[in-house]
Design a protein around this ligand. Structure first.
Ligand code: AMP
Ligand code: MG
Length: 424
C-alpha cells in the first residue's frame, strides 16, 4: 500500500489548507483499493450488490421470433397493396403453445402476444383491423412486412455479455439475469463501514439532555445515508473527546471494518489532539476544503492488528456531515465496494428563481427546492443556510451546487442541482 501522503502530493495543485472540492475528490479516489472478496448469492439477493462476473447469455432472448401483438400471423407476400386480402385461418399459436404447421399461400394463423411465429409467417396484423367474413379473415391494405413481430435475440444475444463486473445491480438487471434462467450470481462482498460521533457535548437519544448538551443527530443521518448505500453498518455510538477512548474506537473500527466514518473533532482547535493519536495509528490527512458547508475534513487510513480501514473524518455540524458525506464519502464507498462506473450524482441545470448569495473561491452546496413553474423547472433555496440548520436538508429536495469561481447568482441564471431522489 502506497503512503497516502505520497499519492496526494503527486496531484497537481494539491494544497491541504485550501483544497478545491474536485482536488479532494481526486485525492481520495487515487488512494482507494476496492474490496476483492466475492460471494455467490441468489439473484434477488444481488439487488444493489456489485457484480463480480460477466453475465453471458447461453441462448437468445427471446429464443424465437414471436408476435408482439394479438392478431394474425400472415405472409407479407400474400397481402395486396391496393385492397383487402382474404386469408384462410388454419390454426392458432398462443404464448407458450406454438403452432406446428407451416403457412402456405393465402393462409394465416391466429396469434397472441408472445406466441412463436408460425413457420412461413413473417408479419402480424393486429386483430383490431381485421374483419371476419364468411369464414375468411379480411386484412386491409397498408400493412408492413415484419410489423408487430419481435426478432429472436433482439433483447439478448447468445455469447454477448450483457452485464459485467463492477456493475451495481438494478431491478432491470435482476430481470435480465432471470430471463437467462440464472438463479445465482457472484458479487463482491459487502463493504463494512463503522461509524461513530465524537464530542463531549453529545447525548444519546433516550437519555435526558443535560445543560449545554445536544442530542447526537449525526449518527442518525449517517445511519440513513449508509443504509441506502447497501453497506454493512457498524454503529459504534458516541465517543468522548478523550484521546484514549478515541484511540480504542479507531483501533476497533480498523479491526472490524473497511472504512470508518466519524463526525466532529476535525476542526482546527479540536484536530490538534486527534492528530498525534492518528499519526500513531496510521496516516491521516487534515484538510481545509474550499467549500461550504464542510470546510474541515480528515481522510486517511488507520491500521490495527494487521488490518486497516479508510477513515473519513467529517465535520460535526449536522448539515456539513451530510454535504461532505454525499460529496466525498458516498462515491468513495461505492468505489471501495467495487463499482467501476463514475458513481457521481448527476448535475442538472435549471434556472434560479431568486438571487442567491455566493462568495467566489469556494464551492457551495446550498439546500434547494426544485419546483415546476409554468412547465419549467426552477430552484430556490430553503432559506436559512447555516451548517447547523438540519431542517434545511429536510425541507430541500436538491443541492444547489454553486461552482468554485462563481459569485452571486441573479434570478433567472442557470445553476446546477443534484436531486436527492431518483428511481428507487
Ligand atoms: P465539531 O466539528 O466537533 O467542532 O462540532 C461542530 C458543531 O457540530 C458543534 O456545534 C457540535 O455540537 C455539533 N455536533 C458535533 N457532533 C454532533 C452530532 N453528532 N450531532 C449533532 N451535532 C453535533
Ligand atoms: Mg466536537
Amino acid at each position: 500500500m502506497n503512503k497516502i501522503s505520497e499519492v496526494v502530493s503527486c496531484l497537481d495543485g494539491y494544497d491541504p489548507n485550501a483544497l478545491r472540492v474536485d482536488k479532494a475528490r481526486e485525492a481520495i479516489r487515487a488512494c482507494l483499493a476496492p474490496v476483492e472478496d466475492c460471494e455467490r448469492v441468489a439473484t434477488r439477493a444481488a439487488l444493489g450488490r456489485v457484480l463480480a462476473q460477466d453475465v453471458v447469455p447461453g441462448f437468445d432472448v427471446p429464443a424465437h421470433d414471436n408476435s408482439a401483438m394479438d392478431g394474425y400471423a400472415v405472409r407479407a407476400a400474400d397481402l395486396r397493396v391496393d385492397g383487402d386480402s382474404r386469408l384462410r385461418e388454419i390454426g392458432a399459436a398462443l404464448a407458450g403453445r406454438p403452432f406446428h404447421g407451416e403457412l402456405g399461400a393465402g393462409e394465416c394463423v391466429r396469434v397472441t402476444t408472445g406466441a412463436v411465429m408460425p413457420a412461413g409467417a413473417d408479419t402480424v396484423v393486429i386483430q383490431e383491423v381485421v374483419r371476419a367474413e364468411s369464414g375468411a379473415v379480411i386484412v386491409p391494405p397498408g400493412q408492413k412486412r415484419r410489423q408487430n413481430t419481435r426478432a429472436a435475440g433482439e433483447d439478448l444475444k447468445t455469447g454477448v455479455a450483457v452485464l459485467g463486473p463492477g456493475r451495481a445491480l438494478a431491478p432491470a438487471d435482476l430481470g435480465l439475469i432471470a430471463s437467462l434462467g440464472i438463479a445465482e450470481v457472484t458479487v463482491r462482498r459487502r463493504l463494512r463501514v463503522a461509524f461513530f460521533s465524537t464530542g463531549d457535548e453529545l447525548a444519546s437519544v433516550g437519555a435526558p439532555l443535560a445543560e449545554g448538551q445536544v442530542y447526537d443527530s449525526n449518527r442518525y443521518t449517517l445511519y440513513g445515508m449508509l443504509a441506502r448505500l447497501g453497506v454493512e453498518i457498524r454503529d459504534m455510538g458516541v465517543v468522548r473527546d478523550d484521546p484514549a477512548l478515541l484511540e480504542a474506537a479507531f483501533a476497533s473500527g480498523a479491526a472490524n471494518a473497511d472504512a470508518i466514518v466519524t463526525s466532529g473533532g476535525v476542526s482546527v482547535g479540536e484536530a490538534d489532539f486527534t492528530k498525534q493519536m492518528m499519526a500513531k495509528l496510521g496516516e491521516v490527512l487534515f484538510w481545509r476544503i474550499a467549500m461550504r458547508p464542510g470546510r474541515p475534513m480528515a481522510f486517511g487510513r488507520i491500521d490495527a492488528g494487521g488490518s486497516s480501514a479508510y477513515l473519513f473524518g467529517l465535520p460535526g455540524n449536522p448539515v456539513a456531515v451530510m454535504v461532505t458525506f454525499y460529496q466525498f464519502v458516498r462515491d468513495a464507498l461505492l468505489h471501495l465496494s467495487g463499482r467501476t462506473d463514475d458513481c457521481a450524482i448527476p448535475l442538472l441545470r435549471v434556472a434560479a428563481s431568486h438571487p442567491i448569495r455566493k462568495v467566489a473561491g469556494r464551492t457551495e452546496y446550498q439546500r434547494g427546492v426544485l419546483f415546476e413553474d409554468g412547465g419549467e423547472w426552477k430552484v430556490r433555496t430553503t432559506g436559512q443556510q447555516g451548517s447547523g440548520v438540519l431542517r434545511s436538508m429536510s425541507e430541500a429536495n436538491c443541492f444547489i451546487v454553486l461552482e468554485h469561481e462563481r459569485g452571486r447568482v441573479e434570478a433567472g441564471e442557470p445553476v446546477q442541482v443534484q436531486l436527492f431522489d431518483g428511481l428507487a
